[in-house]
Design a protein around this ligand. Structure first.
Ligand code: SF4
Length: 195
């Protein structure tokens, strides 16, 4: 079976209009490294877009998530906006996938969790020699920070997890291929890592 065949979803019933599955992606408290790894599937992107429509994603710049088959979430949850977006993805995506270490366990941003938020803000905005005038940003437009950075499964139900910082392009491709073929994804030898 070729990669092209393996990606092809089951054909629609006779007479039914063909509908491409919809895929949405978002980065919450992440660095976009997982999205960059997604782009590293390279020419397989052409195969993918034959079989899916991208909904909300940095690849489309669409700001609202519509009804989707698969949602990929990069990054953990560090502020109120992250919570809202994550809940919207859960509400609209049939399958939700945690993409990368930050979504799974908070990752690097969660290293702040051992320091009280107020102490952290004081240290960053008043003690840094590079910010001589200090002042903690408090514009109403800024999303409210949470006390801690949370993995996404602490906020919503997550169906599948792709570990790694970032997960390899091959791991992301493998999971998407399985999901689009209607299979539960299984990451084989060499595609599971926990850095
Ligand atoms: Fe970036 Fe790694 Fe977190 Fe992905 S898992 S968002 S690459 S820090």
């Amino acid at each position: 079976m070729t990669a092209h065949d393996a990606t092809r979803p089951a054909p629609p019933p006779a007479g039914a209009p063909e509908r491409k599955p919809k895929l949405a992606t978002v980065s919450l408290a992440g660095c976009f490294g997982c999205h960059m790894s997604f782009l590293d599937i390279d020419e397989r992107l052409f195969t993918l877009i034959e079989h899916v429509t991208f909904d909300r994603s940095p690849f489309t710049d669409k700001k609202e998530v519509g009804e989707c088959d698969i949602g990929l979430i990069e990054g953990g949850v560090c502020n109120a906006e992250n919570v809202q977006i994550l809940r919207e993805f859960r509400q609209h995506c049939k399958i939700l996938v945690a993409l990368g270490a930050c979504a799974i366990n908070g990752g690097l941003p969660a290293q702040r969790n051992s320091i009280p938020l107020s102490s952290l803000l004081q240290a960053v905005y008043y003690s840094s020699p590079r910010l001589p005038h200090g002042g903690i940003p408090d514009d109403a437009e800024l999303p409210l920070l949470l006390d801690k950075v949370h993995p996404i499964h602490e906020v919503v139900k997550v169906d599948y997890f792709i570990p790694g910082c970032p997960p390899s392009a091959d791991a992301i491709w493998s999971v998407l291929r399985d999901l689009l073929a209607g299979r539960a994804p299984v990451l084989g030898h060499g595609m599971l890592h926990y850095d």
